[in-house]
Design a protein around this ligand. Structure first.
Ligand code: ZN
Length: 246
């Protein structure tokens, strides 16, 4: 059992929240009950996940995608009201960590992906959000490994026979960061989403590109964070996956 404010303080510090200039506030976004003994993790704070967390009698819900994004309307109406009302009515705390949870060196989405894909020497590319490392596999082998861990079929651009040695990746919607992967001479770039111009950019730069799913590539960080918290503070933890094909 831990106090919600103490938990927020611990997470803010553990994830180095203040180092990030993000598109949303990180940390405790919606304050609920004080005492926390059961936490639920999930990717995005949509109503399906919030309702499941309430059903499971969660004291706190941890997500990668929370509320209050830059450029979003600031009025709390419609679907946004419904989500926030459900949390407040049920006194459930909402913790959201976005970029700090991509970048973290132990529980971050990117390092967690690297561990699952057996990528050697994973490290960030300079001060970007993109990571690089090494594999020794054909592109078809990388595709299969992604299929195995994400349980979905990725969209792959490139020759399956191509040998991949240097690999770069960034969880989520980071397709425009392909340029960082090109700059370091990566043979393949993996991210969650894809845009119309990407296949041509990949081809013209002789780099393979894999769109492995935004949701699928961001399932691991929040789980790892909550596993860490559950051990550290003796909390019950459950990950709830709300299916999302994107
Ligand atoms: Zn994301």
């Amino acid at each position: 059992m831990i106090d919600n404010k103490a938990l927020a303080e611990y997470c803010d510090d553990y994830l180095s929240k203040d180092k990030f200039d993000d598109y949303c506030p990180n940390g405790l976004q919606i304050e609920g009950r004080k005492e926390i003994s059961k936490i639920i993790s999930g990717v995005s704070a949509n109503l399906d996940l919030i309702e499941r967390a309430i059903d499971e009698k969660a004291d706190a819900l941890f997500v990668h995608h929370g509320f209050f994004w830059k450029n979003e309307r600031t009025s709390i109406t419609g679907f946004k009201k419904n989500r926030i009302k459900a949390l407040l009515d049920n006194d459930v705390n909402l913790f959201a960590y976005h970029l700090p949870l991509d970048a973290h060196s132990i529980v971050g989405n990117n390092i967690q992906l690297a561990m699952r894909l057996n990528i050697a020497n994973p490290m960030p590319i300079g001060d970007t959000l993109v990571w690089q490392g090494e594999v020794n596999s054909k592109l078809s082998g990388v595709e299969q490994a992604i299929k195995n861990i994400t349980e979905r079929t990725p969209l792959v651009f490139g020759d399956g026979e191509k040998v991949i040695k240097k690999i770069a990746w960034c969880s989520g919607g980071a397709q425009s960061y392909i340029e960082h992967a090109i700059e370091v001479g990566a043979d393949c770039f993996i991210t969650g989403e894809v845009s119309e111009q990407i296949p041509a950019i990949a081809k013209e730069n002789n780099i393979a590109f894999i769109s492995a799913g935004h949701h699928a590539t961001e399932r691991y960080g929040v789980q790892a964070l909550c596993q860490h918290l559950s051990q550290k503070f003796d909390l019950k933890h459950q990950f709830i996956d709300i299916d999302n094909q994107v």
